[in-house]
Design a protein around this ligand. Sequence first.
Ligand code: DGJ
Length: 488
Amino acid sequence: MLAAELHNSSSSSLEYMRPIWPRLAAIPLNTVVTPLSWELIEPREGKFDFTLVDGLIQDARRNNLRLVFLWLASWKNGMSSYAPVWVKQDTDRFPRVIEKDGNPVEILSTLGKATMEADARAFAAVMHHIREVDGEAHTVLMMQVENEVGVLGDSRDRSPGANQAFEGQAPRELVNYLQQHRDDLIPEFRQRWESAGGKTSGTWTEVFGAGPETDKIFMAWNYARYVQHVAAAGKAEYPIPMYVNAWLSGPGASPGQYPSGGPLPEVTDVWKAAGTAIDIYAPDVYAPNFAEWCDRYNRGGNPMFIPETRGGSAGQANVFYAIGQRNTIGFSPFGIDSWQDKDNDLGKSYEVLMQVAPIILQHEGSSEMTGFLLDKDHPAVAVEMNGYRLAVSLDDIFGMGAKTGFGLIIATEPDEFLGVGSGFRVSFSPASANLPHAGIGYVEEGSFSGGTWIPGRRLNGDENDQGKFWRFSPQRINTEKVVVYRYK
Ligand code: DGJ
């Protein structure tokens, strides 16, 4: 999915969206990530209105685009502003989080069973309807269940129901999961458990220690139980992939400053212990250390999907790392419908990646593909592929050095590599000793049309630094093939 996400309110009006669709298709995107809210789907209890679902699907199809729907229901950015009014106002039936100061906030409590069932019923109705109208065409590829959940303003819910649960025993299912998956737990989570004694029974505080991090684990369990239940109800109607997204923690921030209990990497094991309906734990990466967050999420068998991130020149580069190094199934900068990306930086990457997609898909998930981001703090990477050592560094010729570089490289044939990107150069040496030297046979730039390579210029002389480097000029995003050879 070479995608982007709409602003939160855009898709609440088909009329508002009408002129936007062709602009999105022209970027070019192949997928649009778009909200679908509980308040508009079920404005009165039990009365469903699918006008928006139908209209969005039809308009996406008219523009040859796919969709990912965001089910904005019990929570969106921690808060519950997208719940229908009949839910918001009935605080007895649908209890709220109470925080340290004793006041309820507009955050539905995960401990409200009736809330969970109401949300699950609505989501099941949505999925039933999507299957009816889209079960064959598959315009809708995936569902995001809720949005950036977690308690804001406190490290945990302190409503009576939550306090009672917190004082009780850590749930059997969770503790069993810890025991059964001990060796595969995310290391930082395992360390927390083991440093509190690695106990297999006891209260939350006994098993995980006292403090806000334990509050966060407690909230993760309760959000996970709720969201897995909602997702499972939807999947029972129409089982397409479902994911949750995380508001990431900033440096030095404590739970409650970011949503406490959301699917952060250090608690995804808790989420997994609570159910299996969620297929992907996905980070909303606005932070500059994009690669690090990808690395932290792409563990424990979790597929990579970036539902929200920065576009423009940052997105233009980051998508190469996400695909080349982390095999992402989708990349989706936020707020696409109001962008002033005059140079269409993101679109330039997407256009090339769409051309190369058939080759990427053949090599995805294997050691035959690599991706990288280079800058002054990370000026070089070394990789071994196809029997060669590749030294990848910022492009530099005649004293003109690139400040940033990005790209991906695929080993396409013995002694042949395909590269896409900008601002980097590569030198080769053999990975085995029998023929100790390697050289560049030739470099060809080109493009793909329907998966077929259309050669352009032969790049030699300054363009490959007199045969020393496979170069990708910082001035454009290039697609190039190199054939290398070995000698004594
Ligand atoms: C993250 C949220 O998930 C989005 O819905 C939106 O509010 C953005 N933040 C705004 O940056």
